[in-house]
Design a protein around this ligand. Structure first.
Ligand code: HEC
Length: 217
């Protein structure tokens, strides 16, 4: 009623100084992309051109073979940073929903040591045990895991071992190890920093190591 009366220009039952006369007849302000287009057209054109250029460069890199996929050629620092940071953030995000286990028992550490000697030592080495020579041909080279438990929580280690890491050579072990066995491996990784080389060496592998020639220093 009130609005209609204002529209018709009828006198209103309010003090004159409270009546505001709308003189701006322009359309309501455009928001979002429309506004960017209206106010900064060159910015919008530039952004679209940049996206098209990135797409074109990607297509050229993929189709022409210009990118060197040889494992013997190191990654550039930028690619190393981007891939490693992506992996760290990805693991931390996904492992957040893994329930941390009860404190590990010495039986779990023993079982995990056996599994590690059978499945992991060729790539990652162990206390006083070097990696297999071929592991240095992987790119990235598998790291020694002595201090892995300082960088990663038990759920994060469990998630890495269970799912592996794409495009690195780190397998996901969920096809050959049960969840419980993977926790055993994590128990081993947690015990690793204080494990004497002799204790690692004395633990006989339950199955032969895949490489069969992991050198012992
Ligand atoms: C064929 C080689 C290979 C085998 C076998 C292997 N790994 Fe790996 N692993 C890798 C590579 C390569 C990386 C590095 C991944 C990266 O840089 O993101 C890695 C990374 C890891 C990491 C993360 C280390 C860190 O500090 O970022 C853990 C933990 C790990 N492996 C545990 C294991 C365990 C436990 C086993 C055995 C059950 C195993 N790996 C077997 C190649 C291997």
């Amino acid at each position: 009623m009130f609005a209609a009366a204002v529209w018709r220009g009828e006198p209103q039952p309010v003090a004159p100084d409270r009546i505001t006369v709308k003189t701006d007849t322009s359309l309501p302000e455009t928001r979002g992309l429309g506004r960017i287009w209206r106010e900064w057209p060159w910015l919008a054109i530039g952004a679209a051109a940049a996206c098209a250029l990135i797409g074109l460069v990607t297509l050229i890199v993929v189709e022409t073979g210009v990118f060197d996929t040889a494992a013997t050629t190191p990654h550039s620092p930028l690619v190393t940073w981007a891939t490693h940071t992506t992996m760290v953030r990805s693991v931390k995000l996904r492992a957040a929903s893994v329930t941390p286990p009860a404190p590990f028992t010495s039986l779990q550490v023993q079982a995990g040591t056996d599994i590690y000697r059978a499945d992991c030592v060729g790539c990652h080495g162990g206390p006083a045990t070097s990696r297999a020579p071929w592991a240095r041909g992987l790119n990235p080279t598998p790291p020694y895991l002595l201090d892995a438990s300082r960088h990663w929580s038990p759920p994060e280690l469990w998630w890495i071992v269970k799912h592996g890491v794409k495009m690195t050579g780190m397998p996901g072990w969920d096809k050959s190890l049960s969840d419980g066995q993977i926790w055993d491996v994590v128990a081993f990784l947690e015990a690793l920093p204080s494990m004497p080389p002799a204790a690692f060496a004395q633990s006989p592998p339950s199955t032969p190591a895949p490489s069969g020639h992991a050198a012992t220093r």
